[in-house]
Design a protein around this ligand. Structure first.
Ligand SMILES: Cc1cc2nc3c(=O)[nH]c(=O)nc-3n(C[C@H](O)[C@H](O)[C@H](O)COP(=O)(O)OP(=O)(O)OC[C@H]3O[C@@H](n4cnc5c(N)ncnc54)[C@H](O)[C@@H]3O)c2cc1C
Length: 409
């Protein structure tokens, strides 16, 4: 093993969160080690690879053609009865990525800045001793330890590192979606410049099926459903694919599966010698399950607070605790509001979706989708649409009144 005995920071997980943190810390001349249990960065991907333009702007990311492989101009949403609402613009609104290339590009940046990255290195235990953390790492059937005053846990949705250091990151089943996906080629019959989302209780209970086009008849075709469902995500996806003319004869070139945290935001994302970021800290959009941009942003924020700790050589819970409110102010508070939106959507019946799809025009959908309407205008538009649906009015009124973002029993 090329691992030294001590590092200023050890980042567990070389996904978007860990790599983003690693780049920023290495650029500040911090002696940083990034460990990942995988044998290839970004692979397998456990992701549909969609990233909205807002994230490129916010994070000052420039799309590169080797990883921003498919420009996307909007989305098409399909109601249970098959009726679609399309939101398509001339401008590019985001990209479908080739994530392994994206993450390798980030890993190169981190290594160039001075970070050490070790793959096939799995953290199997973490404990505190004399104000530091000792991580036990398994690689090539050997174990070794590494010491650090600060661990940044970016080890994804099934993170154990934070738990091993006493931080409660347990994810409630109700706040978890089960994801299953095929990367398929030889598929046709859909607009390659749109993300396609299909809703319905029989299609994807509490979730949706997606087609995220990549290029030349290749697409990520996947599903996310409530993790508590009796039948598996694979069952629903296979059933749906078999009913689609343009997909049934396609070939599967990759299979991905993974859990998605869709809520359960943490009250506390740091402890002595520890900061948690990305999926490990449940930093995911609760409505659509997207987490790449949020993980990149969270990783950077974790790096900012890690750097402050390193400069002051103070690593206690109190020294790190500004991180949690900083994240809520940056992103978490907005995500809590979106969680409220998820709870609203969960109350809609198939009939409601059919009704909305049939009554909202493409122009209106575009205005709602691109944020062109004020809250008041949105309300006005929705109330016009809902006037004949008292059941829906009730649900929307409850949604408007409840500002907590928290689930109502
Ligand atoms: C089916 C599916 C589809 C999705 N589609 C989208 C999408 O289209 N757009 C979007 O924005 N988001 C999507 N997401 C969510 C997105 O993939 C995640 O939010 C994102 O990957 C989170 O990044 P991360 O760095 O926090 O974690 P991860 O990308 O999960 O990285 C964690 C890393 O930690 C490593 N690790 C774990 N434990 C250890 C250990 N003990 N020792 C060493 N290494 C360890 C893992 O190997 C992994 O590489 C999807 C998720 C799923 C499951």
């Amino acid at each position: 093993m090329e691992m030294k005995d001590n590092y200023d920071v050890v980042i567990v997980g070389a996904g978007p969160a860990g790599l983003a943190a690693g780049i920023d810390l290495a650029k500040e001349d911090v002696n940083v080690l990034i460990l990942d249990r995988k044998q290839e960065i970004g692979c397998p991907k456990r992701c549909a690879e969609g990233l909205g333009l807002g994230w490129f702007n916010r994070l000052e990311l420039k799309p590169k053609k080797e990883w921003a492989v498919q420009p996307i101009h909007g989305a098409a949403l399909y109601a249970p009865n098959g009726e679609g609402v399309q939101m398509k613009r001339k401008e590019v609104m985001g990209y479908v990525l080739e994530r392994k290339m994206f993450e390798k590009d980030m890993a190169i940046q981190a290594a160039k800045a001075g970070a050490k990255i070790l793959l096939k290195h799995q953290v199997i235990s973490a404990k505190r001793e004399d104000g530091e953390v000792i991580l036990t790492v398994e690689a090539d059937n050997q174990t070794r330890t590494v010491r650090t005053p600060l661990v940044v846990a970016c080890d994804g949705v099934d993170s154990l590192t934070a738990k091993m250091l006493g931080l409660n990151t347990k994810l409630d089943l109700n706040e978890t979606d089960a994801g299953y996906q095929y990367e398929m080629t030889g598929v046709s019959g859909y607009d390659e410049h749109l993300l396609h989302l299909y809703f319905g209780t029989d299609i994807a209970p509490r979730g949706y099926v997606w087609i995220f086009p990549k290029r030349n008849g290749t697409a990520n075709v996947g599903i996310g459903i409530g993790a508590y469902e009796e039948k598996t995500a694979k069952y629903y996806l296979d059933k749906w694919i078999s009913e689609q003319d343009g997909l049934a004869n396609g070939s599967i070139i990759e299979v991905n599966a993974g859990a998605i945290p869709v809520g359960g935001f943490l009250d506390k994302m740091e402890a002595d010698n520890l900061i948690v970021a990305g999926d490990a800290g449940h930093m995911v959009d609760p409505i659509h399950g997207g987490g790449i941009g949020i993980a990149l942003e969270g990783g950077r924020l974790a790096a900012k607070h890690a750097l402050k700790a390193i400069k002051s050589e103070k690593y206690s819970n109190e020294d790190l605790e500004a991180y949690t409110p900083d994240w809520y102010n940056t992103r978490g508070n907005e995500l809590k509001k979106r969680l409220k939106g998820r709870h609203l959507l969960e109350q809609l019946k198939d009939d409601d979706f059919n009704y909305l799809a049939g009554s909202i025009t493409m122009d209106e959908a575009l205005k709602i989708g691109n944020g062109a309407l004020t809250k008041k205008d949105k309300l006005l538009l929705l109330s016009k649409k809902l006037v004949t649906r008292p059941g829906l009015v009730k649900i929307f009124m409850k949604y408007m009144k409840d500002d907590s973002g928290m689930p109502k029993k």
